[in-house]
Write a new protein. Structure first.
Length: 108
């Protein structure tokens, strides 16, 4: 998956929009709910790697982190409720989509 595919998938979820909320940073993107304006995904470039932050159930976070080496505690966010997916050729696209959907539901 690449950044554009992630954004495109996020926009298939009901009542969502793409935002660039950081001044002087037009590369990082948040995906938000139209109604409450809450983020459900943050897409950014960190050290030339594509990072995707999503909210997860805290009980599920440790399982994900211990199972997949590309899922780590969230970069610059609450590490109990958020995880970072380092998006590269190893990621399971189905899992990424499921995690985006879970984050979408948790932030409604």
């Amino acid at each position: 998956m690449n950044k554009e595919e992630i954004i495109e998938y996020c926009l298939t979820l009901e009542n969502t929009f793409k935002d660039c909320p950081f001044p002087d940073d037009f590369e990082s993107v948040t995906m938000k709910h139209c109604k409450n304006k809450k983020w459900f995904a943050l897409i950014m470039n960190v050290n030339n790697k594509l990072y995707l932050n999503v909210k997860t159930d805290p009980n599920y976070s440790d399982i994900l982190r211990n199972t997949y080496d590309y899922i780590i505690p969230a970069y610059h966010m609450n590490k109990e409720h958020w995880n970072t997916i380092i998006v590269d050729e190893k990621v399971d696209k189905t899992l990424v989509k499921e995690m985006i959907e879970q984050s979408y539901q948790l932030t409604k």
